[in-house]
Design a protein around this ligand. Sequence first.
Ligand code: NAD
Length: 487
Amino acid sequence: MNDQASSAVALHRNLIDGRDTAASDGALLDVLSPIDGLLFARIASGTAEDVDAAVKAARAAYEGAWSRLTATERGRLLIKLAAAVEGDAETLAALESRDNGKPLRQSRADVTALARYFEYYGSAADKLHGEVIPYLNTHFIGVERVPHGVTGHIIPWNYPMQIFGRSVGAALAAGNATVVKPAEDASLTILRVAALAREVGFPEGALNIVTGLGRIAGAALAAHPGIDFLSFTGSPETGTMVQTAAAKNHVGVTLELGGKSAQVVFDDADLERALPALVNAIIQNGGQTCSAGSRLLIQRGIFKDVVDAVAERFRALRAGRPDREPDLGPMINQAQQRRVQAYLERAKNEGLTVAAAGGIASDAPAGGYYVAPTFFAPVAHESVLSQEEVFGPVLVATPFEDEAEAVRLANGTAYGLAAGVWTRDAMRSTRVARAMRVGQVFVNCYGAGGGVELPFGGFGRSGHGREKGFEGLVEFTTTRTLVIAHG
Ligand code: NAD
């Protein structure tokens, strides 16, 4: 494994061309745990030179050992990796909770989803068929699906394992060689999984990891002329920079960005079923989820009752240390904690009503980055809290009169990632679901527990392109058309 167990502060190096490699200038970044703010590891602060070495190693693999494998052999390697991940589940989960702060149950769920991604894409690798097109009787036309070549993957900190699985798993299954830049705040599980990949026999250079700062290692990867396709998950602002860099090299990019997703609650909804899901959708992962249900749109006749019921649940919520299975863990870092607190201050200064707030567990370490979950109601649709992604445990509720208004409000932000619809009226649920300008709609439920098999992605400021499911595999390919004259 890529760490030094003997030292109190573990050192983690990059994986380039199958070898553990220090940053070219030897620089390191401190890794603080969000649980207590204490230093517990150091990672390589990757440089443009490191990225260049990783891209060259990936190119050599792509033109060499990796491309010589059949699709079935690539798939088998991914399925072996899935088994290795499952075998290492408890260690990976504990490491993720330490590095990222998420409750252990969430880290375990992330490990399960990661293994499922490898299994799903591994078993799909040899089912990626091309097609034959009818044309002149004298010609045979075949369209084959081919990998892009060397793909770059820039990963955020909120679900490192899941996003690594869906993006890198699909890219490898399709036959690409990969260079990955994990988020500086959550690199450790990705490094560990990469070490497992080496152990199960992935050829050198097929999977390279360069850790470090976004503005250095991330920017170098996005701009590298040796990259044939980019997958970026993160904030809209960074997404713009990554897409601009990709445009300069004329390569494609998948952007999986933020969200301000609405849950629409009609007055005939099954509230017993809805209430836990309405709360969980903003509390899961401390609200640091791109598809968090951060806006409740509630039909006016039941507005007060639903707000009261959600408020009661909010008051019972506690943020705490991951090993105590709290409702939510700390925010990822101090900057994120301060960002969420600034939104709360601003909302209060603007006179928004706090309907309820949860608390911070009494045994949460003082140096950790905890924030009490807060629920505001009623909140105007135009307010900052209704329009901007907070990326924390902050929920707002807005009343609506009728179906037309519900649709207008739900679609009324710059984002378009996910939505929830709660009603017992089957015709209405389908009508409203199909009017949502988002990549995923949930009817009488919310969230898909990873949703490995389900295409996912956004409209507008939530990005473009799709990951997950078979659609996500196709994204990591392009086509080659063969025109063969025979008569
Ligand atoms: P971020 O954009 O700050 O960072 C994401 C990644 O980009 C990190 O690896 C970072 O190091 C890298 N990066 C930073 N600056 C860069 C640059 N100049 N060039 C290249 N790479 C750079 O985002 P974050 O704070 O880690 O994640 C939070 C955001 O991600 C939220 O907006 C959230 O909604 C979004 N997100 C979206 C999805 C999705 O699937 N749609 C999933 C998770 C998170």
